[in-house]
Ligand binder design. Structure first.
Ligand code: GAR
Length: 208
């Protein structure tokens, strides 16, 4: 059974999707062993508490810089014997030390079809604002492995979601969460835990 840590910064609806999938027996060979928040008081921690999952706060502001924060986070994850790290709406910049400790073992969910609307500055509602400004007719979500390049790691799963007339960033965000993120993330986590993801360069093969 692989021990999973979910890193969060906000509402935690993607964490909830993982908890619900786990309760349905859909996270095969994996168990959420920890939820770590980058700031205190976020609702995701309440969700962890309700599900009896240990929650930890590691506040970014308690560390002098991103590197010191990343190293502390890495040490915490290793002390908890974590095999898979999931960034589920985790809004804090991390440095290379975490990727080095967890090569192809960190998954991120991004609310767009990478390589569109990704990279620095593209997070949360901003992603949907930019997609609507650009006028795309489809957007969607991507689950990818985290590499040194921001939003640039090998893609595991993607799903397209239509943009509709009259969409606001909030409406589009919700549709992409419901139709894509909340489905893709638990599926990718379960595939990882079953050792069914094989990475060759940029390509992720999904094994039967
Ligand atoms: C989600 O839409 C997630 O894809 C996005 O933040 C939201 C978090 O919501 N992540 C990023 O933008 C990362 N670049 P949640 O806290 O309800 O899961």
């Amino acid at each position: 059974m692989k021990r999973i840590a979910v890193l969060v910064s906000g509402g935690g609806t993607n964490l909830q999707a993982l908890i619900d999938a786990q309760n349905r027996g859909e996270i095969v060979n994996g168990r959420i062993a920890a939820v770590i928040a980058s700031k205190p008081g976020v609702y995701a921690l309440d969700r962890a508490g309700t599900a009896n999952i240990p929650g930890y706060v590691m506040a970014r502001r308690d560390y002098p810089d991103s590197r010191a924060y990343t190293i502390a986070l890495r040490d915490k994850l290793q002390s908890l014997d974590i095999a898979l790290v999931v960034l589920a709406g985790f809004m804090t910049i991390l440095t290379e030390e975490l990727v080095e400790a967890y090569p192809n073992a960190i998954l991120n969910v991004h609310p767009a079809l990478i390589p569109s609307f990704c990279g620095e500055g593209f997070y949360g509602l901003h992603v949907h604002e930019r997609a609507l400004q650009y006028g795309v007719k489809v957007s969607g979500a991507t689950v990818h492995f985290v590499s040194r390049e921001c939003d640039g790691g090998p893609i595991v799963l993607q799903k397209a979601v239509p943009v509709e007339e009259g969409d606001t960033p909030e409406i589009l965000q919700r549709r992409i969460m419901e139709q894509a993120e909340w489905k893709l993330l638990p599926r990718a986590v379960s595939l990882f835990c079953q050792d069914r993801l094989r990475v060759e360069g940029r390509i992720v093969h999904i094994l039967n």
